[in-house]
Design a protein around this ligand. Structure first.
Ligand code: AMP
Length: 211
């Protein structure tokens, strides 16, 4: 197994890109979203979920050890010759160092570049399926039937932390905590960059070519 890291602000389209690539070739790719893992734990009410909930609602990062443990578990239970598309982890330099210590080769870290001005608009239109985790956008990527998931028929919802106030905080956290990873992976010669404002199909194609 090896790892490709998706870097980018909240709302940059990392999840949509990873979903498309993984759905197109399930034998070669596995999409792992730290946010989905955490939301799953919150929904189930596990001890980790109970601890994470407050941080997530405020748009803050959950403690490194909490999310690192979840990612370590997923990596440990993943076998075979595939590429893990790691979406949302690492989120700061300390987490990147934890990942390095796990010893799984990182093939590349691809920055999905979208200006902050566009992000707010994107997140305002974002809808997700709580059942199967599929992501939509009311304008850019609408479901066939409004409010209903194409894949599983689930009822689409707005994420709690997608309100404009929390989005501002999440963007600030991104610039302060996560953006230093660009230099971190650049120094290792692993950084790639794509324009994340080309529409879902072309974004995914550009990512696949860059990774
Ligand atoms: P996301 O779905 O990636 O936007 O993540 C949603 C929320 O989960 C974030 O705002 C954080 O509160 C939390 N989260 C996700 N990934 C991480 C991580 N690697 N480290 C810390 N907190 C995280």
């Amino acid at each position: 197994m090896n790892i490709v890291i998706l870097l980018g602000a909240p709302g940059s389209g990392k999840g949509t890109i990873a979903d498309r690539i993984a759905a197109g070739d399930t034998a070669s790719f596995k999409h792992v979203s730290s946010g989905d893992l955490l939301r799953g734990a919150v929904a189930k009410g596990t001890p980790a979920g109970v601890e994470a909930k407050g941080y997530m609602e405020k748009g803050e990062l959950v403690p490194d050890t909490l999310i690192a443990r979840m990612i370590t578990d997923v990596i440990a239970e993943t076998h075979g010759d595939l590429t893990m598309l790691l979406d949302g982890f690492p989120r700061n330099v300390a987490q990147a160092e934890i990942l390095d210590k796990l010893g799984v080769p990182v093939k590349s870290a691809v920055l999905v570049d979208v200006p902050d001005e566009i992000i707010a608009d994107r997140i305002a239109g974002r809808r997700v399926c709580p059942k199967c985790k599929a992501g939509y956008h009311v304008k850019a990527l609408p479901p066939k039937v409004e409010g209903v998931c194409d894949k599983c028929g689930g009822e689409l919802v707005i994420r709690k932390d997608d309100n404009p106030e929390t989005v501002k905080d999440r963007l600030a956290v991104y610039h302060r905590e996560t953006e230093p990873l660009v230099a971190y992976y650049e120094e290792k010669g692993l950084l790639r960059k794509i324009d994340g404002d080309q529409g879902p199909d072309r974004n995914a194609a550009a990512f696949k070519a860059a990774m």
